[in-house]
Design a protein around this ligand. Sequence first.
Ligand code: BJW
Length: 225
Amino acid sequence: MKKIVILTGAGISAESGLGTFRDKGGLWSQHRIEDVATPEGFARDPELVHRFYSARRQHAAEALPNAAHDALARLEERWTGDVIIITQNVDGLHEKAGSRGVLHVHGALSGALCAACAHRWPAPLQMTPETRCPACDANTARPDVVWFGEVPYHMEQIASHLEEADLFVAIGTSGQVYPAAAFVQEAATYGAQTLELNLEPSEVSADFAQHRFGKASDIFPIWVE
Ligand code: BJW
């Protein structure tokens, strides 16, 4: 087996103290998706959206990778074939654990994007509606994350990796958000073995051939060793 493609979701960062979206008490039980995770919500109330993301940016900056992020970085180092990490997470914890070349399909809290001229730059810890784009000077700065209705990042590269994968592993994702939820089917169609590692069966559990259920920081390091 040569190429392992790993998709991570919010569950892998849960034990680093970052809330997931759809678990009990998760982010989507405290905020309306339409208000904070759509371009329309941002146009309506940029202040609210900046407050939501600035708080999460601060929290992510203080968070540390857990045993699952560390095990993934170790796997990347030791595996003689390719390990491709695709994350839906915007928290930067894979990089903090030492992983490199991570594909951020939903962007990153560490990035700012100008909604007017598409310039990208490192986000300040606190962004506000007054944050100006360093390229065009408009106050149209937004977090460089992918909201509902927007096109996820690196899709062409991801499609090639899924086509070439010998093993596809998903860790800590509910399988409720597309296109990431369909990556397993895509990889399986091209012949990859598939494994789901999650606290509980996800929405797309039936698409995986193998499963291990439990906390990512317990089950993933065991799987890696
Ligand atoms: C643990 C654990 C522990 C807990 N250990 N496990 C109908 C059908 C198909 C698609 C659509 C449809 N209607 C609309 C769409 C499209 C839409 C969509 O998917 N909607 C669904 C609601 C149906 N998708 C989009 O709009 C996407 N764009 C798109 O499709 O463009 C078209 C296009 C595609 C491809 C090419 C060209 C064009 C964009 C989606 C953007 C999602 N954005 C967000 C916000 C990002 C920024 C931010 O962080 O704020 O991404 S929403 C949110 O959900 C975030 C996450 O990345 C994403 C997925 O969440 P995740 O990671 O799975 O977290 P949870 O909370 O859901 O699950 C956690 C899991 O962990 C649970 O299962 C727990 O059990 C487990 N867990 N603790 C292990 N300790």
